[in-house]
Design a protein around this ligand. Structure first.
Ligand code: SF4
Length: 361
């Protein structure tokens, strides 16, 4: 029997999958060739699911040796749950809910499965934890700049993008499904440039690799903006219609001559001038950014400077052009009861006011 599914792992690509089941057991996982974006691809983490699933833990095991010794004994569910409940209750009675710090992440990205452990811990008034710092600065930076994390439709890139910047992302490894669109865009004449501190498969794929010193992305972005303003390559009509704060941005860009940026970034001055000219001439530009640059002091603002380049060029006017970080969380979803948010203290906990509720028990 065949069934269709979506890959549940914490990965932005959400591959469409075809599953083969025999007597109710999963025996094969393949990419679904009929999906227009993921096109039959599934990576090694996922198509090997059936063999990995065999090694899964099926029942509770209690450690019997020293930590790290690897010795466990099988116990019943009653014993396991009873022991955990007893220990938790002792802590709650002695110290209250906030003495418990739950830590979990996404076993699968299904919203209910991902969030359900939180409902239990919120019901006992446990401490709250910001579970990831991986994408927080980048997401905040994008939202301050453009609002919701919307992005061009990848299917529209090949026909429209004349210039593609892959900035701070090894997209060939981490956004596999963009690659066919990049190849097709290049076949139709687009230039692909990789901006990244280190060489990786994406640099080798790109037409050009600009290697900058880690943490200097903002200087390079401002220097490119400097040249775009200086040469009159910015789309003033678009900025008037769609942007605020242009003067302040231009003032900052005026301070970042290619010469000054070159000394800081290590990118040759003439390469900065040439890249700016090519962007200015192409106008129909697509910029794919990654989160790496945001993991430096001032990294959120670096990302903001980079993703504003297509706005300066008026690239957002064209389908398939503009900038892309992630569309995660861009679409409205009623999370009021997800993960027991209604159990938190405060008038509107579902709007992000995370505070444990001592009365929850
Ligand atoms: S690339 Fe791999 S992990 Fe990501 S969605 Fe596809 S199959 Fe899943």
């Amino acid at each position: 029997m065949k069934a269709r599914a979506t890959c549940p792992l914490d990965c932005p690509d959400a591959c469409s999958l075809l599953l083969t089941l025999e007597e109710g057991r999963l025996v094969r996982v393949e990419g679904d060739p009929s999906h227009p974006v993921t096109r039959g691809f599934a990576c090694a983490k996922t198509y090997r699911y059936p063999e990995r699933a065999k090694a899964r833990l099926l029942y509770p095991m209690r450690r019997v040796g020293r930590k790290g010794e690897g010795r466990f004994e099988r116990i019943s569910w009653e014993e396991a749950l009873g022991e955990i409940a007893e220990r938790l209750k002792a802590i709650l009675d002695a110290h209250g809910g906030e003495a418990v710090l739950p830590y979990h992440y996404a076993g699968t990205m299904g919203l209910v499965e991902n969030q359900h452990p939180s409902a239990f811990f919120r019901a006992i008034g446990a401490s709250e934890l910001e579970e990831t710092i991986c994408s927080t600065a980048g997401s905040a930076a994008w939202e301050m700049t453009y609002g919701p994390r919307l992005a061009p439709d990848p299917e529209e890139i090949p026909e429209n993008a004349r210039y593609i910047l892959l900035w701070g992302i090894n997209s060939l490894s981490t956004n596999s499904h963009l690659t066919p669109f990049l190849k097709e865009a290049r076949r139709r004449g687009a230039k692909v440039v990789h901006v990244d501190p280190y060489e990786n498969p994406t640099s080798r794929f790109a037409d050009e690799h600009l290697k900058l010193r880690p943490g200097t992305d903002a200087a390079l972005a401002y220097a490119l903006a400097h040249v775009l303003f200086r040469e009159g390559w910015v789309d003033r009509a678009y900025l008037e219609e769609a942007a605020t704060g242009v003067e302040a941005f231009q003032e900052e860009a005026a301070r970042w001559t290619p010469q000054r940026a070159s000394a800081l970034t290590g990118v040759p001055e003439e390469a900065i001038e040439r890249l700016a000219r090519e962007l200015g001439e192409a106008k129909q530009v697509f910029v794919r950014v990654g989160y790496g640059m945001t993991r430096h002091p001032g990294g959120g603002n670096a990302l903001r400077a980079v993703i504003l380049l297509p706005a300066l060029l008026g690239a957002w006017r064209y389908p398939g052009c503009g900038a892309m970080l992630s569309t995660s969380g861009a679409f409205p979803l009623n999370k009021r009861f997800l993960g027991g948010r209604h159990l938190l203290e405060g008038a509107r906990p579902h709007e992000g006011y995370f505070r444990p509720n001592p009365q929850a028990r």
